[in-house]
Design a protein around this ligand. Structure first.
Ligand SMILES: Nc1ncnc2c1ncn2[C@@H]1O[C@H](COP(=O)(O)OP(=O)(O)OP(=O)(O)O)[C@@H](O)[C@H]1O
Length: 362
């Protein structure tokens, strides 16, 4: 079994002419972990992946794989392999020759490379198709071949650039499960670029949320979801209402916030001064359609939209200085006490369900 590499990114930047795509990011990806770089288009995730692979030069900073500084190494000397979004299979070669290609380049004899390629195809359950060409395969099968081809060099880290984006929704979910299983079986480090929160949550041990060339948060999925570090992360991950305002009072470690044009909100445990700008997040699934009691917080709002989702119902309400405050209620709760667009509703939540969001906007 190949060994896994820790990937240490030390103050790495990528500058293309006048554009700084990546701003001095630092990150340690533990050996043998499944890491997802997540962020909107243009945030610098592909540039970062390509710098790890060696397909893009590092403008400043250093990259360490295992104990070796590989900053200036060509791709072939890094013990990494990359799987591209388009799979980049050779149309005129059969699957064995596609998978064996990099061994051929390394001068490995034909018999050995064919045996290894067949073993890789077996691992990916594609041995029965060994004599076919890529055009004779489905999208999911092509992806398995691309994985076999990337893994034949026994890399310490596999780098995947939007590997599931070409697949239909059903296949995407199936291949996602296969990728996770493969990573656990091989035990090597996977670094996977995606713009899908759901994909990152399903796969990653470590999610790295990027925005505008910087890392907003790098943590386990549950931490990123439950304790988003910034308003950007809370908005990007979804399922949070993000509200901005200024601190209006501080009592017993509880900070009260006055939202622009709205009522008071409160959050625990943050060092703040009266008047300071503050962002908070409130989980959409923790808001209840009940008036606030002594133990809860809340406000009055007007329902502006209702979306039925099956197991839950999504309500959008206006009030509290926000036009798109979202409430997710279970279908059972909703149909027990239905509301309609235009109805006034009382909303409430517990103080524990409010998270302070760092990096405050002034
Ligand atoms: N070869 C290049 N020359 C100039 N600018 C580039 C080049 N490659 C990327 N950029 C710019 O760098 C920034 C980051 O691009 P990058 O491809 O890393 O983002 P991304 O998060 O992977 O986006 P996407 O999800 O759309 O692939 C963007 O502003 C992009 O326009």
């Amino acid at each position: 079994m190949p060994k896994a590499a820790e990937i240490d990114i030390v103050s790495v930047s990528k500058i293309y002419g006048a554009t700084t795509a990546v701003h001095a990011i630092s990150l340690k990806i533990p050996a043998g972990s499944y890491c997802c770089f997540l962020g909107p288009s243009g945030c610098g995730k592909t540039s970062t992946l390509r710098m790890i692979a060696g397909h893009e030069s590092i403008s400043s900073g250093d990259l360490r794989l295992g104990h070796v500084v590989v900053t200036d190494f060509p791709p072939a000397r890094r013990n990494t392999a990359m799987m591209f979004q388009s799979y980049a299979l050779f149309p005129h070669l059969d699957l064995v020759d596609n998978v064996a290609f990099s061994l051929k380049m390394k001068g490995v004899d034909k018999e050995t490379r064919r045996a290894k390629a067949l073993a890789m195809l077996r691992l990916m359950q594609m041995e029965a198709y060994a004599g076919r060409r890529p055009a004779q395969l489905s999208g999911g099968q092509q992806q398995r071949v691309a994985l076999a081809r990337a893994l034949i060099t026994e890399p310490e880290a596999l780098l995947l650039d939007e590997p599931l984006s070409a697949l239909d929704p059903f296949l995407k979910i199936r291949m996602r499960a296969e990728l996770k299983k493969l990573q656990k079986t091989l035990g090597i480090t996977f670094v996977h670029v995606t713009h899908s929160q759901e994909e990152a949550m399903a796969l990653a041990d470590l999610i790295v949320v990027m925005n505008d060339g910087r890392i907003e948060q790098a943590a386990a999925p549950r931490i990123v979801f439950e304790q988003p570090a910034t308003a950007f992360v809370a908005r990007f991950m979804g399922d949070h209402n993000v509200l901005s305002g200024r601190v209006s009072a501080i009592r017993d470690g509880i900070v009260e916030m006055e939202a622009a044009g709205g009522p008071r909100f409160a959050v625990r445990d943050i060092a703040q001064e009266i008047g300071a700008p503050i962002d908070i997040g409130i989980r959409t699934d923790r808001v209840r359609l009940e008036p606030a009691s002594e133990k809860t917080l809340g406000f009055q709002a007007v329902v502006s939209n209702i979306e039925y989702r099956g197991a839950s119902v999504k309500l959008t309400v206006s009030g509290a200085g926000s036009d798109d405050f979202t409430v997710i209620v279970s279908d059972a709760d909703y149909f027990n006490k239905t509301v309609s667009v235009g109805d006034a509703v009382s909303l409430s939540w517990a103080l524990e369900d409010v998270v302070p969001l760092g990096r405050l906007s002034a």
